[in-house]
Design a protein around this ligand. Structure first.
Ligand code: GAL
Length: 342
């Protein structure tokens, strides 16, 4: 496990050297066009962290990792809960700015609010790292002291599809020549939900597998919604369902409860995949109750975000089109699940 962690960290570090290196600030011109960012006081600075909502399983792991890394480095950190309310988060950002934080790390509530958020932090000249909900490259290009740290959601979708392709019957449990699935989607406003939905199925069709979508329902990343949606779909489609694709693990854990209540058995008469590699999902993968999941590396992304933030504080700037830094997803199956368990 230690070796795995060391490898993972090395991977992150290598990536960060390549990925997190914004341009170093040039020697100041005679008349600087902008006020330079004030260097934080010796022994750390003050950092504001905005999370879209605390009541999200993956973002809980992520924010805890962020807080631990930042505090470990001597920063004074305040982490606030946006309660899934963009207006509230806008106020929180403004409060942080008024308080004079040295840098911000923001997990936007609405991806569609990114342009406004960027405008606000730019006007205040605060170095900012956006996380988890990726805006467009054009929106980010408005401010060169801004970077996005996340993961390429299409990669996780592809890996979910591969988990199904790797099963003995490539997902076609009833042998009728097509894979019939339900899709339990996250919040569709979020690019992670859009791309995972698209690419999980694309991996199957790219491999020449015929697919049939029985239903697609938004579950907003939420365990209880995952459970209800899956229960309804099982009641409606019964044995026709061969694969349950969930955009994240929390919804998959909910779906598993309904699968078990319906007397179905994962990996025998139905397949189930998620994303995130939450501890609960790792346990289910190991027990054979989930076909697999995909590691969404919260700790890796948190350390990358902090590294990028420190680069910005040291004067790094980012060119348009080079403002997204990705940490790789990793496929998790019963064969390698032990490596991810604490
Ligand atoms: C995704 C993650 C979900 C949820 C979402 C919030 O990357 O897989 O579980 O946390 O972010 O935006």
């Amino acid at each position: 496990m230690k070796k795995f962690l060391a490898l993972l960290l090395t991977g992150v570090m290598v990536l960060s050297l390549a990925a997190c290196g914004g341009k170093k600030e040039e020697a100041p011109a005679e008349t600087p066009a902008e006020t330079p960012v004030e260097a934080p006081a010796e022994g750390g600075g003050t950092i504001g962290v905005c999370i879209y909502k605390f009541d999200d399983a993956f973002m809980t792991t992520y924010r805890n990792a962020l807080q631990e890394i930042l505090e470990g480095k001597g920063y004074t950190v305040t982490v606030v809960d946006g309660n899934n309310d963009q207006a509230k988060q806008n106020e929180q950002i403004n409060t942080f700015i008024t308080q004079g934080v040295d840098a911000l790390i923001i997990n936007p509530v609405m991806t569609s609010a990114a342009a406004t958020i960027i405008d606000t932090v730019k006007s205040a000249n605060i170095p900012t790292v956006l996380i988890n909900r990726e805006p467009t490259a054009d929106e980010m290009a408005a401010y060169d002291k801004l970077v996005y740290v996340g993961a390429d959601a299409s990669q996780s979708g592809t890996m979910q599809g591969e988990l199904i392709l790797d099963t003995a019957n490539k997902g076609d449990i009833n042998g009728d020549g097509k894979v019939s699935y339900i899709m339990i989607q996250g919040d569709p406003e979020n690019i992670d939900a859009q791309l995972r939905t698209e690419y999980s199925v694309k991996a199957l069709t790219d491999a020449g597998v015929e697919v049939e979508q029985l239903n697609l329902t938004r579950g907003d990343w939420d365990r209880e919604k995952g459970q209800t949606i899956c229960a309804n779909d099982l009641a409606q489609f019964g044995d026709q369902i061969e694969v349950v694709f969930c955009n994240n693990d929390d919804m998959a854990i909910g779906a598993l409860q309904s699968i078990q209540s319906a007397g179905r058995k994962v990996n025998e008469d139905i397949y189930l995949v998620g994303v995130d590699a939450l501890d609960a999902a790792l346990n289910e993968v190991q027990a054979g109750n989930m076909t697999g999941t995909v590691l969404n590396d919260a700790k890796g992304q948190a350390s990358q975000a902090v590294e990028c933030m420190e680069g910005l504080l040291a004067g790094d700037t980012y060119a348009a089109g080079e403002q997204s830094v990705y940490v790789d997803y990793v496929k998790v199956t019963p064969d390698n699940v032990a490596e991810f368990m604490k």
